[in-house]
Design a protein around this ligand. Structure first.
Ligand code: NAD
Length: 290
């Protein structure tokens, strides 16, 4: 397949490299990032999109996605598929898909879970929204870049699944960290706490697979001085997206709101910026109730 790939940063770079290594002809464009191995450099996003069967974008946010989409949709051939893998707001995903479909293109929103490690290893999970035909065309590419792709329904549903998942992730990370900090104050050994909770009804991905306490449970960024991993800044971005979606859809998400406010304080007024999102634990360790 001829693939255009726009946005070759921490995630897009290794994803594009995996597509090229699998034998696809990949033409890339990025404002700043270097071309990954095997990817041909284009002079603009429109040039990368011209003549491609599939164009993949992996960009920072919905505003940038809309700007790039306005540039590349007119350059794409009818029948080609526009596949956005960035994490963006549901409204931007649906607006871009509608513009693509008016131009005779297929459209898929397919945000990912799995981080830079998953992008490099080709083990991402894709959650996709779009028509059956458009999904079928990009599914073989998801198999190269990832290990699982779930077709979640029409356009925007991939982003909906992503922000619901990450709202649960943010809330459970906070709950896990505050419980460890409470256990400390109660004189309960952290290893004992882990041994109980990881096999009891408090178990979760954050406790069992991404344990936020150094030296306890799963190997995680806590064992590397809380270097990301998944940065608190990105968690905040995703929690803002889930609150924005909840407001637009008139959904009541009080725990999501509390998690967003706590990550906002942590990132913007404390020392959370640039640290892993599990660094909530040292934050709670330092604090009393006030
Ligand atoms: P990044 O900042 O490393 O990469 C984004 C790239 O887009 C940069 O290289 C930047 O130069 C480029 N870019 C910006 N504007 C552009 C434009 N107009 N034209 C061409 N290129 C442009 O970010 P990332 O970590 O690769 O994340 C990308 C997306 O993936 C985000 O939406 C993020 O939320 C999502 N995501 C990230 C992770 C993660 O762990 N990093 C995990 C899952 C999802």
């Amino acid at each position: 397949m001829k693939i255009g790939f726009i946005g070759l940063g921490n995630m897009g770079g290794p994803m594009a490299a995996n597509l090229a290594a699998a034998g696809h002809a990949v033409t890339g464009f990025d404002l700043a990032a270097p071309m990954p191995e095997g990817v041909t450099k284009a002079a603009s996003a429109a040039e990368a999109a011209t003549g491609a069967d599939v164009v993949i974008t992996m960009l920072p946010n919905g505003r940038i996605l809309r700007a790039v989409a306005a540039e590349i949709i007119p350059a794409m051939a009818p029948g080609a598929v526009f596949c956005d893998c960035s994490t963006v707001d549901v409204d931007s995903a649906r607006a871009v898909a509608a513009d693509a479909e008016v131009a005779g293109l297929g459209a898929v929103d397919a945000p990912v879970s799995g981080g830079v490690g998953g992008a490099t290893a080709g083990t991402l999970t894709f959650m996709a929204g779009g028509s059956d035909a458009a999904f079928a065309k990009v599914a073989p590419l998801f198999e190269i870049m990832g290990q699982k792709a779930v077709h979640c329904g029409p356009s925007g549903n991939g982003q909906a699944a992503k922000i619901c998942n990450n709202m649960i992730l943010g809330v459970t990370m906070i709950a896990t960290c505050e419980a460890f900090a409470l256990a400390d104050k109660l004189g309960l050994d952290r290893q004992k706490m882990y041994d109980v909770v990881s096999t009891s009804s408090g178990y979760s991905w954050t406790m069992n697979a991404y344990t936020p306490a150094p030296g306890i449970g799963a190997k995680s960024p806590a064992d590397n001085d809380y270097k990301p991993g998944f940065a608190a800044d990105l968690m905040l971005k995703d929690l803002r997206l889930s609150q924005q979606a909840a407001e637009a859809a008139d959904a009541d998400t009080p725990m999501g709101l509390a998690a967003m406010q706590l990550y906002e304080t942590f990132v913007e007024h404390e020392d959370g910026a640039g640290r892993d999102f599990s660094a909530m634990l040292p934050r709670f360790e330092k604090r009393g109730r006030s």
